[in-house]
Design a protein around this ligand. Structure first.
Ligand SMILES: Cc1ncc(COP(=O)(O)O)c(C=O)c1O
Length: 377
């Protein structure tokens, strides 16, 4: 069996043709495809404004410069990729790590307790972990009651929905971010986007993406003014052409992911392998995470990883608690009380999940997983 990673892109001839067409056009970057992609993303997510950028981390960086001030306290989750809380640090602000709930998302009830205890907390960075939307009723309640700034990291959640609320629509948040890394639902190679319903934030984000430069109609033809310290976080027209092509197929990709999730759910019913959450109509399944109580097995998690990787199955762990990373420990983090996250870290791993995963490959993953688990009971 060829190696089966935990995630990968699905590229077809129309995607390649779209990129080649742009390569043969007049603009490789800062051309028409960028705005076209931004408009298409905004329409898909149901949000007013969208700024496409070089990657999801750049999106988080710019969003944080717009949303946060130095020393602001920001509630966030330990269960994410490093980029989420790193962006808080980029802005000179202070992450406060809150434990997760059983579905792997930040525990919003604990966030409320923290906000009641410390009214100086300024913001919440919530991640729709694995593609599972953060509870929008609770998010709305926190925003309205405590007047906090909210960023939704939807890097995992393109196309997800919580009843009527679409991922990255910023219905109950100030800014959302997306990532188009190849393991995500759709790809531009590297790439990301920021969405918002605020015109003011949109304009700030555009300026920050391009070196902090501003050009107005009143200026001389050669003139531009640098008004802020910005960056070159531009995305290219080739990438946006690929993104536009992928976006057309996004709903098909997500439908396939949901089909795969339902098949895993069925296979794991009443077994030692527990899905992090069974199909809930909300998740667009960037990841399919399962939990196994290894204390009931004569097999450690390391052994299982090694055995499955020897069988060409690239299971992965999402995530090591960010607050326990050496860099964060050196800043004084790591001793927060996060019992749910601690247990999650012991028991969880992600199985292969991507739109082109074939039924044969999926059967093979299930069969190999059971083989090792049953053989070591
Ligand atoms: C939750 C989350 N946020 C942000 C990012 C950063 O995105 P990128 O890799 O496009 O910089 C990632 C990347 O995997 C992620 O998983």
């Amino acid at each position: 069996m060829a190696f089966i990673p935990y995630g990968k892109q699905q590229l077809e001839k129309d995607d390649i043709d779209a990129v080649v067409e742009t390569l043969q056009s007049d603009y490789l970057t800062t051309g028409p495809k960028v705005k076209e992609f931004e408009d298409a993303l905004a329409a898909y997510c149901g949000v007013k404004y969208c700024v496409a950028v070089a990657n999801g981390t750049a999106a988080l960086h710019l969003a944080s410069l717009v949303l946060l001030n130095k020393d602001d306290k920001v509630l966030t989750t330990p269960n994410s990729f490093l980029a989420t809380s790193n962006a808080i640090l980029y802005a000179g602000a202070k992450p406060i790590f809150v434990d997760i709930a059983e579905d792997g998302n930040i525990d919003l009830d604990l966030c409320e307790k923290a906000l009641q205890k410390d009214p100086t907390i300024k913001a919440l960075y919530a991640v729709a972990f694995s593609g599972n939307m953060v509870d929008q009723v609770k998010l709305k309640h926190l925003k309205e009651t405590y007047h906090i700034t909210i960023l939704e990291d939807c890097a995992h959640a393109m196309g997800a929905k919580d009843s009527d609320v679409k991922a990255a629509s910023c219905t109950n948040s100030d800014i959302s971010i997306l990532s188009f890394h190849p393991v995500k639902h759709m790809t531009t190679g590297e790439g990301g986007a920021i969405t918002t319903n605020s015109k003011e934030m949109y304009e700030q984000l555009l300026t920050l993406r391009g070196h902090g430069m501003v050009k107005t109609p009143e200026m001389k033809p050669w003139e531009y003014e640098m008004r802020e310290l910005g960056f070159n976080y531009r995305i290219t027209d080739m990438q946006c052409a690929l993104g536009l092509s992928q976006l057309k197929k996004l709903d098909t990709f997500i439908a396939r992911r949901i089909q795969i999730a339902k098949k895993y759910d069925e296979a794991f019913k009443n077994t030692l392998v527990k899905p992090l959450y069974p199909y809930n109509g909300k998740s667009s399944y960037h990841l399919y995470v399962v939990q196994v109580d290894f204390s009931k097995l004569k097999l450690s998690k390391v052994d299982l990883f090694n055995k499955l990787r020897d069988k060409s199955i690239g299971i992965q762990l999402h995530y090591i608690p960010i607050n326990k990373q050496p860099y964060y420990k050196a800043l004084g983090y790591g001793d927060e009380s996060t019992p749910v996250m601690d247990n999650y870290y012991e028991e969880s791993f992600s199985l292969p999940m991507y739109s082109s995963l074939s039924p044969e490959e999926q059967n093979y993953v299930i069969q190999q997983l059971f083989k090792f688990i049953k053989g070591y009971m």
